[in-house]
Design a protein around this ligand. Structure first.
Ligand code: PPS
Length: 309
């Protein structure tokens, strides 16, 4: 058996130790991606999913982990113990992630699993491997309003020691606006999936809706997956996926990733989980400049984002 399969995810990261660094971004068809992802992009593009596989797609920090947990619980009838069988990135591999060996890549992990698999991606729609569309896989896209998404990404880039240094907050906002962060433009990302949602049967949901009425959104996801769970199982899922429950759940809070990658003392992965937290970071002037640019970049898109609920 290879070393990849005998080490836990966390142990493999500890072993990779010195080879980890803040990887530079390299553009793939105009989208900046971490260098190891860019260098391996051909094998990512060639990935052939099973028709029963589910893709959970998001711009980074839009509610991926939350949705992964909801889906896993739906697949397992709300069985909390079953959903603690492994940490999130093992239960639901990250399609395009490549890290120094012996950390398994997303493709390595997927190879060891039987379908139906729950696959995470941050790729913009034009970079999603064509096999997903050819096999008519279901896709859940989670979108979060730009300002909260940006604040969350800023704190994540501070604590994730494999992504480029975020630098000071005031310089980070224009980088986001110009689409220079890892996985590129938020604006292009949310619009790309929105425009294709009907043609490609994508379930497009919003972080703010999940916060406002989690039960309604859990039921929406359940129906999309053609599942039908009893009321008490749905209530359990809502309870198990509150911010507080997930923050305390070692299999959902990313404490599985050692400090050499995620330094939770800089900023916890489960940071605040709120709508409107952007108001604590943006000055009035920053907010106005951001809004003016937003109007231009989102002109005609008509995506019903809410920055407050
Ligand atoms: S990643 O790294 O892209 O997969 O991150 P992602 O999971 O997409 O986003 C992380 C943010 O989602 C918040 N989060 C939640 N909010 C509400 N309820 C639940 N259950 C929940 N789980 C995760 C997490 O706290 C990050 O947002 P911020 O604003 O930074 O707190």
């Amino acid at each position: 058996m290879s070393q990849v399969k005998t080490l836990s995810y966390g142990e493999s990261i500890e072993k990779a130790g010195d080879t980890l660094s803040r990887f530079p971004l390299i553009p793939i068809r105009g989208t900046p991606l971490m260098s190891l992802i860019a260098e391996n992009f051909d094998s990512i593009w060639a990935f052939r999913p099973d028709p029963t596989d589910l893709l959970i797609a998001t711009y980074p920090k839009a509610g991926t982990t939350w949705t992964q947990e909801i889906v896993d619980l739906l697949y397992h009838n709300g069985d909390a113990e079953m959903c603690k069988r492994a940490p999130t990135p093992t239960r639901s591999p990250f399609l395009e992630i490549f890290s120094p060996k012996p950390i398994p890549s997303g493709l390595d992990l997927l190879e060891t699993m039987d379908p139906p698999r729950m696959i995470k991606t941050h790729l913009p729609i034009q970079l999603v491997p064509p096999g997903f569309w050819e096999n008519k896989c279901k896709v859940i896209y989670v979108a979060r309003n730009a300002k909260d998404n940006l604040v969350s990404y800023y704190h994540f880039d501070r604590m994730n020691k494999t992504q480029p240094e975020p630098g000071p907050w005031e310089g980070y906002i224009p980088k986001f606006m110009r689409g220079e962060l890892a996985w590129g433009s938020w604006y292009g990302h949310v619009k790309g999936y929105w425009e294709e949602r009907e043609k490609r049967n994508i379930l497009y949901i919003f972080y703010e809706d999940m916060k406002e009425n989690p039960r309604r959104e859990v039921e929406r996801i359940m129906r999309y997956l053609n599942l039908s769970l009893p009321d008490e199982a749905i209530s359990r899922i809502v309870e198990l996926t509150t911010f507080k429950s997930m923050k305390e759940n070692p299999m959902a809070n990313y404490s599985c990733i050692p400090n050499v990658i995620f330094d939770h003392s800089v900023s916890p992965f489960m940071r605040k989980g709120e709508v409107g937290d952007w108001q604590n970071s943006f000055t009035a002037e920053q907010s106005q400049l951001f809004d003016e640019d937003y109007e231009k970049q989102m002109k005609g898109a008509n995506i019903p984002f809410r920055t407050l609920i």
